[in-house]
Design a protein around this ligand. Sequence first.
Ligand code: FAD
Length: 343
Amino acid sequence: MTTRTLASQALVVGGGQAGLATAYYLRRAGVEYVVLDDQDRPGGAWRHTWDSLRLFSPATFSSLPGWQMPPTGGYPDAEHVVDYLTQYEQRYTMPVRRGVKVIAVEAPGAGYRVTTSEGTWHADAVFNATGTWSRPFIPTHPGAATFSGEQLHSAQYRSWEPYTGRRVVVVGGGNSGAQIAADLSGQAEVTWCTTEPPRFLPDEVDGRELFRVASLRARGLGEGIGGLGDIVAVPPVRTARDAGLLHRVPMFERFTAEGVAWSDGTTRPVDAVIWCTGFRPQLSHLTPLGLHRDDGLPSTDGPVAANRPTLGFVGYGDWCGLASATLIGVGQWARQAVQRALR
Ligand code: FAD
């Protein structure tokens, strides 16, 4: 273990898109900083998606501050995003240390003591950009422990191939549920369960419109069309839907040993259940700070901790910045977090 002391420096925890956007503004502000990331390669969560995933906006609407994502002529795949983030980091010669896990952040006096898998660091400001993919959320459901089949979260799903010819339940009415149900359709025997009927955005509406709506809402201006939770009809979803392969049924009530059962007594044998039920922010390293919490999340004032502007939260979604969990939306919140911390 080595110990480094960084005078008047900032540490960014997490080297995905949110960490890089924060690094961009720290660099512009002339602050000495380091990004610590526990992965061995660039790309953050985009390295862990399923193969057929497509962005819900074209490349030109999926860019971080400073440099536009190279166009692809359609909706980019995750590999394109990984390439973009890799080049983005190189373009601005960002000091990203990979394979370094931040274990604990403490505030023993002025500034922060940050314990990592590679030693202890000291910094005046800490920006958390650890994302959510490493904390998949699966709701508790009656009988789940008795089910003899496979259960996995969308975070672990890669492709339809292992499920060929098998009976699969996909749970979740958001974009992940729709995309995975579409990916499996025609290959597996799919049952798509959602608590509410899924709402598809019109085909001509994509992530650009969602971002516009989010920006309006951030300024307290109107709702715009649809809800931000609506499903974007990306090409694979549209193809499955148009082929009549995307049917939704209400959520089942409980598991049985062999499958699932609905409240009307219907049962269905099932080989696998894929939970597309979202994620939670990965913030366990902040436990020693004993931050005040609202609804289980640290209390924030925009993208910084309430009463602690030198502790930033970038990229986790609406609780710390509307649309901050998107490529195009994260930049404005990274800029604000850096400005607030330096003030
Ligand atoms: P991440 O990419 O997860 O990066 C965080 C990094 O921090 C990771 O490398 C992680 O390993 C690391 N880390 C975590 N904990 C620690 C620690 N303690 N110490 C050190 N490192 C740590 N957005 C769009 O703009 N367009 C889309 O089309 C789109 N589609 C999506 C589809 C799906 C299915 C999902 C799940 C999300 C989608 N998003 C989309 C949302 C969003 O862009 C991603 O979730 C994004 O990857 C989040 O970036 P991030 O930098 O906040 O987190």
